[in-house]
Design a protein around this ligand. Structure first.
Ligand code: GDP
Ligand code: GDP
Length: 436
């Protein structure tokens, strides 16, 4: 099921990023601990009244040396393209400015719900004094203070109420996957190759407009797949679409809406810094992952090449050790026929549930082979383990003292679990709990 997206838009300095950070709260930090991921705070999750949504700070989409008006125009267009609901931020301090009116004019064409937030309304007088903002034409203005966290509840109530209604959607049992990777690795070419003539493309599912960006197809043996964000991958031309932050944001959004992520590398150019950022997001999100090394046709090869390239990728992406790799070519279609089955398998593993009794046998054998670590004479004791979630598979291990679990021993247990159950393509999470 897709996650609704909220875009925050407005001229510079009205407080967009302050509001964004306030709503995202602690949820941002997780992503930043991943190796290779810098502080790209333009995409995060928010939560309100049991609704989870994704949120874009369009102020962070910087289109280079463009003049001021061009910048805010581009940012408003990102909001229109990406969002289900737009939060238009203005400032109670400055009142309605020419730039606000410029943004408003672009948003009139949006055909999407726009909620007007009057920020910097820090005190009661300022919260009263918002009537001028009716002139912008977006109905009731919501006075807020991003800096002090005031009024956000009422604002978020309005945002959540404006989310598209998905109750009419048909239950979708297809495997949802997306292609992610930096520009030019061959995502669009792979989409076209995968949707080649031997596939029946099922027309868009009735329901929300968002489905139009996904393409559903059926393979010869009847497996159903939904390729997420096909339109976004194929689309070209707007200035902001070539910026790195926009493409990272796009990738994060596609990951959110997929079961399995195809992380695409370009064999011709090798691994770049931006590849690591993209991979980091995919890993953190806990989806199934397949590494596709594309443009394999363009490489001068001997019988060592594939092996050498694989070693190189494994070294650079050690945290993706669980992800299978496939060397493909969108141009010659080399090995592409293997992909649907591999995606299916990874999806099955991602949703796999194992029996507690077998799991505990595996762990007890593991402990017998390699004793648990000790600290200051105190030994880690493992009592019992159980799987508490799928997608990704998550295991709780009850122990005498969680502090005694070393990273390396946890890694060992994970490897033992992986040796006994096929979890290829999916991360698995181990959580230690103190037994009462
Ligand atoms: P952006 O350019 O729209 O993302 O704006 P920022 O979030 O960077 O904020 C611009 C400036 O306004 C910063 O100095 C913030 O500290 C300040 N600011 C943001 N929200 C508020 C608020 O609610 N009240 C006041 N007084 N200042 C705020
Ligand atoms: P995207 O930006 O990731 O969507 O990449 P594109 O699909 O637009 O491809 C970028 C360029 O790489 C285009 O010129 C493609 O023709 C070329 N390309 C894509 N896949 C392959 C491939 O498998 N082999 C070769 N030789 N070129 C490819």
């Amino acid at each position: 099921m897709s996650m609704p997206t909220v875009a925050i838009v407005g001229r510079p300095n009205v407080g967009k990023s302050t509001i964004f950070n306030r709503i995202a709260g602690d949820r941002i930090s997780i992503v930043e601990d991943t190796p290779g991921v810098t502080r790209d705070r333009i995409y995060a999750h928010g939560e309100w009244l049991s609704n989870t949504f994704s949120m874009i700070d369009t102020g962070g989409i910087d289109v280079g040396d463009e003049p001021f008006l061009k910048q805010i125009t581009e940012q408003a267009e990102v909001a229109i393209d990406e969002a289900d609901v737009i939060v238009f931020v203005v400032s109670a301090r400055e009142g309605v400015t020419d730039s606000d009116e410029k943004v408003a004019q672009i948003l009139y064409r949006a055909n999407k719900p726009v909620i007007l937030a009057v920020n910097k309304a820090d005190n009661p007088e300022q919260r009263q004094d918002i009537y001028d903002f009716y002139s912008l034409g977006f109905g009731d203005p919501y006075p807020i203070s991003g800096a002090h966290g005031l009024g956000l509840g009422d604002l978020l109530d309005a945002v959540v109420k404006a989310f598209p209604d998905e109750t009419g959607d048909v239950e979708d049992t297809s495997t949802r996957f997306s292609l992610i990777g930096r520009p030019n690795v061959g995502k669009s070419s792979l989409v076209n190759a995968l949707l080649g003539e031997d596939r029946v493309i099922v027309s868009d599912i009735a329901g929300t407009t968002r489905d139009a960006i996904d393409t559903k197809f059926v393979t010869d043996n009847g497996d159903e797949f939904t390729m997420v964000d096909t339109a976004g991958i194929r689309k070209r031309g707007k200035v902001y679409e070539n910026t790195e932050r926009y493409s990272v944001m796009r990738a994060m959004k596609a990951i959110d809406n997929s079961d399995v992520v195809l992380f695409v590398l370009n064999a011709e150019e090798g691994i770049r810094e931006q590849d690591k950022k993209v991979a980091g997001y995919a890993h953190e999100a806990g989806r199934g992952i397949i590494i596709l090394v594309n443009k394999w046709d363009a490489i001068k090869k001997n019988n060592q090449s594939l092996h050498d390239f694989e070693i190189h990728v494994r070294e650079e992406f050690q945290y993706l050790a669980y992800a299978p790799m496939l060397f493909v070519s969108a141009k010659t279609h080399q090995r592409l026929h293997e992909l649907p089955e591999l995606i299916k398998k990874v999806s099955v593993n991602h949703n796999k549930r194992v029996q507690s009794s077998t799991l505990n046998d595996v762990l007890m054998d593991a402990v017998a082979m390699n004793p648990t670590p000790t600290d200051n004479g105190k030994r880690l004791r493992i009592f019992y383990a159980t799987q508490v979630a799928v997608a990704p598979p998550t295991f709780v291990i009850f122990v005498n003292d969680p502090e005694l679990m070393h990273f390396s021993y946890e890694r060992y247990l994970e490897n033992q679990i992986r040796e006994h159950f096929d979890f290829s393509g999916t991360p698995i999470h181990l959580i230690e709990r103190h037994r009462k």
